[in-house]
Design a protein around this ligand. Structure first.
Ligand code: PRP
Length: 174
């Protein structure tokens, strides 16, 4: 595997994203909503760098298995616990690819009438987007390669890697 983004570069980016969010949400208590599973490491590092009052919650969605990924059919696996009515929500993602998952989540959360919803994504693959989506906080724009590490998996492995790497086994993906 080839390292695409080092541990140091990730740490510096997380610091700068946290700083921007701090500046934008002064005197607010935003809710960081991590989308499982991929966002768990990014979320943990981001809120520690953020350092101010916040609440956290998680959602999990499934795109009906890898073969249907990109079909836009998304199933809710785990819903929020916190009431987000009237609150500022930051949706935390590891990667945005087609944008279909994020679009579904945003539409779903809008029904709960939050004060605002913004996305924070560590990685963005703009070349593979299928639906337009406004991303306020983006760590790195990356080419259309299958990436692993720092929360991202290949068949559930490699999430523990502290860096982002290009998966060279990508031709064997379903
Ligand atoms: C990834 C990622 C996003 C989604 C983005 O999750 O965390 O939720 O895919 O893809 P999209 O923009 O094409 O909709 P994945 O389905 O791989 O699940 P995981 O985080 O549990 O590994």
């Amino acid at each position: 595997m080839k390292i695409l983004i080092s541990e140091e570069k990730i740490a510096a980016k997380v610091r700068s994203l946290a700083k921007q969010i701090r500046a934008d949400y002064q005197n607010e208590t935003p809710i960081f909503v991590g989308i499982l599973k991929g966002s768990f490491l990014f979320m943990a590092d981001l809120i520690r760098e953020y350092g101010e009052d916040c609440e956290i919650d998680f959602m999990a969605v499934s795109s009906y298995g890898n073969s249907k990924k990109g079909s836009g059919i998304v199933r809710l696996i785990k819903d929020l616990h916190i009431n987000v009515n009237g609150r500022h929500i930051l949706i935390i993602e590891d990667i945005i690819d087609t944008g279909l998952t994020s679009t579904y989540i945003k539409q779903y959360l809008k029904l709960r009438k939050p004060k605002s919803i913004e996305f924070v994504t560590l990685l963005d693959k703009p070349d593979t987007r299928k639906v337009k989506i406004d991303l306020k906080y983006v760590g790195f724009s990356i080419p259309n390669k299958f990436v692993i590490g720092y929360g991202l998996d290949y068949a559930e492995k490699y999430r523990q890697l502290p860096y982002i790497a290009v998966c060279e086994d990508e031709e064997n993906l379903e």
